[in-house]
Design a protein around this ligand. Sequence first.
Ligand code: ADP
Ligand code: MG
Length: 154
Amino acid sequence: MDEVKTIRTNSPEETLRLGSRLAENLHEGDIVALVGDLGSGKTVFVKGMAVGLGIEDPLYVNSPSFVILKEYPGAKNLYHFDVYRLDLKGFCETLDYEKYFYGKGITVIEWADKIETLLPEEHIKIKISYGLEDERIFQVFAKGEKYRKAAAEL
Ligand code: ADP
Ligand code: MG
């Protein structure tokens, strides 16, 4: 995948805004893969995406660790996966993921590296790592023209 850019945020609010900006550049059917340690800010980023999509009550967006998938209806639907507790086999057996990956909404996946081989070839991948204190570093990768464009506009 091509690394498109690196963006740093210094607060949860900045990460919310980053997620919101990305979501505004996405279309139905798009896939966003989030990779990063516990507490790096994946869920905060997804909340921001929900804000950008005009989803009501984005504050109710939280880690769906126990349910694997939450669907948020909006002008564009958001499918929020968290596969922390599953391995590849468990994920395949637990739900009909293709319905979502190739469906109408925007899909975002926390811990996406665990199911990387199942992802459509073209997608955006964001690796989040810790900087000092509240700094978080977002490395944005893209495969496919529309994703490169969406990432470049961030
Ligand atoms: P993850 O889903 O990756 O496990 P969360 O998004 O649930 O992580 O949590 C991130 C935590 O880090 C929150 O407690 C948040 O307040 C804190 N935080 C501090 N600085 C930032 C930042 N720059 N961006 C996002 N979260 C931050
Ligand atoms: Mg999370």
